[in-house]
Write a protein that binds this ligand. Sequence first.
Ligand code: SAH
Ligand code: SF4
Ligand code: F3S
Length: 468
Amino acid sequence: MSQAFKDISFPAEQTAYEERVRALLGNIYGENPKACVITYGCQQNVSDSERIKGMLCEMGYSFTDDVAEADFILYNTCAVRGHAEDRVYGNIGAMKHYKRRKPDLILAICGCMVQQSQVSERIRKSYPYVDICFGTHVAHRLPEFIYNRLSGSERIFEISDENSDIVEDIPVRRDGSFKGWLPIMYGCNNFCTYCIVPYVRGRERSRESEKIIAEAREMVAAGFKDITLLGQNVNSYGKDSENGVNFARLLRMINDIDGDFRIRFMTSHPKDCTTELLDAIRDCEKVSTHLHLPFQSGSDRILKLMNRHYDRTAYLKLIEEARMRIPDISLTSDVIVGFPGETYEDFKQTVSLVEQVKFSSLFTFIYSPREGTPAAVMDDPVSREEKGKWFNELLQAQERVSKVNMQSLIGREYRVLCDDYGHTEGLLSGHTSGTAVIEFEGDDSLIGKFVNVKVDSYSNVLKGTIIK
Ligand code: SAH
Ligand code: SF4
Ligand code: F3S
């Protein structure tokens, strides 16, 4: 199959706009113009925001977490569930008085939510003080948007619906110094019937492997110790390109980069999870022993309605295969409770799958109808209240499983990457190669380094001690 999408470089035109914005900012805001970027949603959005901050940095902004002191405020939004959208509407509503107090403030909204036409129309009509609104395919044009608005143009709405080429070499300002995100592909082709992502992110596009390797090398050289490869369905990496590098191969190539670091990845779709991939995880010592493999529902009837392309038996077989090849693997998953037409019997099959697989942890969601998706028009007779009860039942089942899982770690030794423990003096937390987090006493100088820790106890948190 020929590659439908091109990789293009960050346009010189946008670099020129960055310079022009830089020249304007001092006149308007004085010495130290500040930007505040607020991000909702998944790691893909967090990673996009790091590139947005990279461009803002080139334009001469420094950063603040305090909206009150910002001269530029950007909300990078998520559309995956109604709750995420409601929070954004609440926040931009509150922006009205900031804008009144500080007329030169630029307020911008971007991301998955505004990629939906009904949302961008609502912002245009009901939030007249929003200056710039742009979709997921044109984020690299931010310098142009800011320049135009600062030089007096009308409000800017750029929601192109076209599947964009991949824009490489956008400046990036990473949030962390030793844990970082590395996007390997964008978009999704799966069209699970409940999900808005394919509509707001467009078709699957894989970055060229050389670009990914180059970025991974840069991150390792800069001291990153934990690199998470990102894509909505990483297992289909490379299917849209001709160079023959699939995801398993890509993992091996990144594993070959010199240095002491860990490779994580998300998300894997069960329908494309091959034994070739499991073997790559087993063979590559830098690849973490963790597989995030969303099953969404334990009922075959619901899986079919969801358009997931696997059934319960195939999923369980895959789990068995993964455990056989990688005995210490941590498994995590996403689950939806209350898909339209789901009965209590269907739901019980989800609970039984959770009890059978014994996931390390679970991300559980109550179904949220998304306008424009097939599930949004399916009959949905079960009340929200009833779904809430099922949801709690599932949480309790997983809590029982987690407790047993955690207790089984007592007495074992792990190599962990040290992080600070919520700024509590003298306490650190460390991530194992799987998903466990262990709390232990240690000096701040260890943050960002690997140490060996023995697990001593578990009650709500795992506690351990460093082994010399
Ligand atoms: N591409 C990933 C993740 C997509 S969004 C994957 O396929 O797994 C993350 C999770 O949000 C999904 O796995 C799903 O469990 C949940 N989700 C997506 N749409 C939803 C909806 N309409 N209502 C409730 N949960 C949803
Ligand atoms: Fe959504 Fe399914 Fe694509 Fe995941 S694989 S992003 S759940 S459509
Ligand atoms: Fe949300 Fe968009 Fe991610 S809809 S989950 S931010 S891809």
